[in-house]
Design a protein around this ligand. Structure first.
Ligand SMILES: [Zn+2]
Length: 72
């Protein structure tokens, strides 16, 4: 599953508006502040990504580009 940066941005805004503690995690771990989470999304957008990368094999837009099936 790949979430767009725009989707995550809206979700962050609604979480913050509801007064919930921030739970967004970066690839390095986390959690981070709402401010840092938005800065991270801005960084992804600046890199031309439309999706928040969720693994180490992504296409130019940040979407998972697939993985070879693990063989027994
Ligand atoms: Zn992947």
């Amino acid at each position: 599953m790949s979430a767009t940066t725009e989707y995550v941005r809206k979700w962050l805004a609604s979480e913050e508006a509801a007064g919930r503690p921030q739970s967004f995690l970066t690839a390095e771990g986390g959690p981070v502040s709402y401010e840092d989470a938005r800065a991270y999304l801005d960084e992804l957008t600046a890199q031309g990504l439309r999706f928040v990368p969720s693994c180490d094999n992504t296409d130019a837009e940040g979407r998972c580009a697939g993985h070879e099936e693990a063989r027994p």
